[in-house]
Design a binder for this molecule. Structure first.
Ligand SMILES: Cc1cc2nc3c(=O)[nH]c(=O)nc-3n(C[C@H](O)[C@H](O)[C@H](O)COP(=O)(O)OP(=O)(O)OC[C@H]3O[C@@H](n4cnc5c(N)ncnc54)[C@H](O)[C@@H]3O)c2cc1C
Length: 468
């Protein structure tokens, strides 16, 4: 956490609900609350909103374009009159006020070294900057500059300067037509009062370097599923799927499923719930780009549990994707960069197998995004044994946490796909509204915008029923 030197504003801001994290779950919760007349403070730690979904290619099982789904949410969130969006900001402290069930918090706005009111997102600074670094939003497949716009559809589309890697050559400052570069910016600390909190802090991918036998980071043609989602996306870094070692189009691609999940040896026993389906999605997309390629999935079980998922599995098989039942044990690199994969084959004659491929994709598991539990100063946010936000009652109230008035949305409480993350976000929003209204009724307190006694905006469904 950066040290705050400026405190602004002096008086605390007032909102109905704080939403932490602006992935699909955080955006959905904010939009639902905003549409109900609630005043929302949405705090996102990265420079842009959208979370992981914005970086995906398409989504299973419909193969809808991911950025088209999230694009309506990012623009809706950024323009909503009831949503105050604070990007590149982190909550540093939350205290629950037992008197009226509300929360007092502090959050820090990190310096972008750009005056966002002036920056037009033209990208001239990026072109002028001489420093090239791996681009986080492309998982290192491409480079970015020390001053950069995170990606083309970024919201907000404002530059950010990575001061740690800046050589202070002044090139960006000289070309900026809006005169928006400000090397003297400092972190700004804000204080706020809110009626309820929604945690939508998402997940992080399993750090697959830990599974040493897969040699990720050592063998260039071992890539992760996150990288493959970029390589198969409509906004992909290259105009085809290319393998990293020599830029060749691969013709024999393998997938190792459950890479870093359901695996005692790396300490993550949990099924990541989305890996089977996203691997099949990627296999289909690969065949769209490279129709003559062979694609093999090494799997333990195929968990195609959702609506339309089994049909998607059958369709993937019908497209010629090979399924081999067995976990990948060891990977070796050949002189030409190809990879020999040693694996179980529980349906084959010997129970073991060995095959050579020119690209190996690791279907990495999901881990909780840690850290948010530390910001609660006078209440304990309980986590489950794997570190996900613990829910008070998984079956009957799937978004209540161990703290009254704090709710969880999306993958903060465990692996989920996009539709389930959206559904849980709507549930968290409804519960947060109920919490805020019940406290107001008890105490007469007016946190955020004043609400009339009845719900301010009738639900569209209720209006329809009433009309009938
Ligand atoms: C390779 C891959 C492919 C996938 N493909 C599909 C698919 O095809 N279909 C599908 O349905 N699902 C897919 N998924 C799953 C999908 O990515 C998740 O369901 C979805 O992204 C969950 O959204 P979320 O909002 O819960 O979390 P996230 O997208 O992780 O968003 C969380 C946000 O919170 C922010 N944040 C975290 N901590 C803090 C903090 N302390 N303060 C402020 N902000 C914070 C993060 O920066 C981030 O913006 C895939 C997953 C992977 C890994």
């Amino acid at each position: 956490m950066v040290e705050a030197v400026t405190v602004a504003p002096k008086t605390a801001e007032h909102y109905d609900v704080l939403v932490v994290g602006a992935g699909i779950a955080g955006m959905e919760a904010s939009l639902t609350l905003g549409d109900m007349g609630m005043k929302v403070l949405l705090v996102e730690k990265s420079p842009t909103i959208g979370g992981r979904l914005l970086l995906l290619s398409k989504v299973f099982p419909t193969l809808d374009c991911a950025s088209c789904i999230s694009g309506t949410k990012t623009s809706g969130t950024s323009h909503h009159p009831n949503v105050t969006m604070m990007t590149y900001s982190e909550v540093s402290e939350i205290r629950r006020n037992d008197k009226d069930g509300s929360f007092s918090l502090r959050y820090v706005e990190k310096p972008r070294y750009i005056d966002t009111a002036l920056c037009t997102g033209c990208g001239e600074c990026e072109k002028a900057c001489p420093i090239i670094l791996p681009k986080e939003t492309e998982y290192g497949l491409r480079g970015r500059k020390a001053i950069y716009i995170p990606f083309d559809t970024a919201v907000p589309k404002k530059a950010v300067l990575d001061l740690d890697n800046c050589i202070f050559c002044g090139a960006c400052e000289r070309v900026c037509p809006a005169d928006s570069i400000d090397f003297l910016q400092a972190p700004r600390e804000h204080e706020a009062e809110v009626g309820a909190v929604i945690l939508a802090t998402g997940f992080e991918p399993f750090p697959i370097e830990k599974k040493e036998s897969y040699h990720y980071g050592q063998f260039p043609n071992v890539v992760t599923s996150l990288q493959m989602d970029r390589l198969t996306g409509p906004t992909r870094p290259f105009n085809s799927i290319l393998r990293p070692s020599d830029g060749k189009e691969p013709s024999n691609i393998a997938y190792a499923l459950c890479a870093g999940s359901r695996d005692k040896t790396v300490g993550n026993l949990r099924c990541s719930q989305v890996c089977c389906m996203y691997s099949m999605k990627q296999a289909q997309l690969i065949l769209g780009t490279l129709p003559a390629a062979d694609v093999t999935l090494y799997y333990m079980d195929i968990r195609a549990y959702g609506k339309g998922f089994e049909e998607f599995y059958q369709q993937t098989k019908a497209m010629g994707v090979k399924f081999v039942r067995g976990r990948v044990a060891q990977v070796e690199e050949e002189k030409n960069g190809d990879l020999t994969v040693y694996h179980e084959d529980t349906e084959g004659p010997g129970g073991k197998g060995k095959s050579t491929h020119d690209l190996l994709v690791l279907s990495v598991g999901l881990l909780p995004m840690r850290g948010i539990e530390k910001v609660f100063k006078n209440a304990t946010l309980e986590l489950d044994e794997m570190g996900w936000v613990k829910l008070r009652d998984e079956t009957r109230s799937p978004s209540e946490t161990s703290i009254d008035g704090v709710f969880s949305a999306g993958t903060a409480s465990g692996p989920k796909d996009v539709p389930d993350s959206i559904a849980e976000a709507a549930s968290a929003a409804a519960q947060a509204v109920g919490y805020v209204l019940s406290w107001r009724e008890k105490t007469g307190a007016a946190v955020g915008i004043p609400l009339p006694k009845s719900m301010p905006v009738p639900m569209p469904q209720a209006v329809e029923v009433a009309a009938k």
